[in-house]
Design a protein around this ligand. Structure first.
Ligand code: CP
Length: 307
């Protein structure tokens, strides 16, 4: 693997995460910098995306780079039977950096082993979404003033949710208490809970959102993802299981902020949008700065960033 790839959030040490947060804050102060002049990034999205693809592409544009790629694999030679290996080897010839979203867990790791240039994982199946995690950490830090000793409440699809898996691993460096709210069929997988046990990190599980909302510093809402269900009937059973409404915020902590990393369907009522506690639109904006920092680090350009 190219050592500058970011495939899993565990590819970053705690110190590297903090470094990326600091770089993100520099980019927020000064977003237009010509660090990528003469460089080309490939943006390969085998699954739909709005936030991740467009914020990565905005980040590259703001850094003066160019982009090639596709937002729909049906326009690529994959439809003619080309393998992922060959696709990556071809694209690797054309660019300095590969950003890839793929429905198969492990696809980004495989791509990073095939490519000579760094690969940034923009989400691989239910596995990892590390660039989302960096913007989530940045959002948490900006709203709480710290990453330490926070009560993080994760709600919704904790089984297939790659953003919750990556965030859980990242926050584990900062002495959190986790609260997991999910229906039985979408509970946090055992492997993640076993790891928390090993690290002596407390976690609590709930099936009702009302039971826990008042304890949260960060309320991390997620969508139940239709595309991860093999059986549509199973999706129908749980699709609207949690809906956050403004009235439910009455007794929440003053510092509490609501994040949502994904496209919202029904899980946050629009009547929450005007609350000072709703942070999901700013969270998406933070994605540009966090991704500028990730790109600069992947290409070894940290020292050239204006400070
Ligand atoms: N955060 C996220 O993965 O959203 P998109 O699917 O819109 O990229």
């Amino acid at each position: 693997m190219n050592s500058r790839s970011l495939v899993s959030i565990e590819d970053y040490s705690k110190e590297e995460m903090l470094e990326v947060l600091e770089l993100a804050s520099e980019f927020e102060k000064n977003p237009n910098q010509d660090l990528l002049k003469g460089k080309v990034a490939a943006s390969l999205f085998f699954e739909p995306s709005t936030r991740t693809r467009l914020s990565f592409e905005t980040a590259i544009n703001r850094l003066g780079g160019r982009i090639v790629g596709f937002s729909d694999a049906s326009s690529s030679s994959v439809t003619k039977g080309e393998t992922l290996k060959d696709t990556i080897k071809m694209v690797d010839n054309y660019c300095d950096l590969i950003i890839m979203r793929h429905p198969v867990e492990g696809a980004a790791r495989y791509a990073s082993e095939v490519a000579e240039h760094p690969v940034l994982n923009a989400g691989d199946g239910a596995n990892q979404h590390p660039s989302q995690t960096m913007l989530d950490l940045y959002s948490i830090y900006k709203t709480q003033g710290t990453l330490e000793n926070l009560h993080i409440c994760m709600v919704g699809d904790l089984k297939y949710g790659r953003t919750v898996h990556s965030l859980l691993q990242a926050m584990s460096h900062f002495h959190p208490t986790f609260h997991f709210v999910a229906p039985e069929s979408l509970k946090m997988p055992e492997a993640y809970k076993l790891n928390l046990n090993k690290l002596n990190i407390p976690y609590f599980e709930y099936t009702e959102l009302d039971e826990v909302v008042d304890r949260a510093d960060i309320l991390y809402m997620t969508r139940v993802q239709r595309e991860r269900f093999a059986d549509p009937l199973e999706y129908e059973k749980v699709k609207n299981v949690y809906i956050l409404r403004n009235a439910m915020l009455a007794n929440t902590k003053e510092n509490m902020r609501i994040l949502h990393p994904l496209p919202r369907v029904n899980e946050i009522d629009p009547d929450v949008d005007d609350s000072v506690k709703a942070y999901y639109f700013e969270q998406a904006r933070n994605g540009v700065f966090a991704r500028q920092a990730i790109i600069a680090k992947a290409l070894g350009l940290e020292k050239q960033i204006a400070r």
